[in-house]
Design a protein around this ligand. Structure first.
Ligand SMILES: [Zn+2]
Length: 78
């Protein structure tokens, strides 16, 4: 589903597609290009935290590592 996110910096509305009603991750305003770490619960934005490109890259890397770990546990290793 899609939810509407209002940029706290410039007030422009954008949308984010969600796989689950809870989401935590980066969001970039399409208009002012401001980057935020957002937290969504029950399809509502609970918090906005401005982050830098570096922080976003770090967050994405962490998520990727977690996904990799999960995948390892699912697959029998050889
Ligand atoms: Zn904005």
């Amino acid at each position: 589903m899609m939810i509407t996110i209002k940029c706290p910096s410039c007030g422009t509305e954008g949308s984010q597609s969600l796989l689950e009603p809870t989401y935590r991750g980066p969001y970039r305003c399409w208009k002012c290009r401001e980057l935020f770490s957002i937290q969504i619960e029950n399809n509502e934005v609970k918090s906005f935290e401005p982050i830098t490109e570096e922080q976003m890259a770090k967050q994405q890397e962490e998520r990727r590592q977690i996904e990799e770990l999960k995948a390892k546990f699912r697959k029998p290793s050889d």
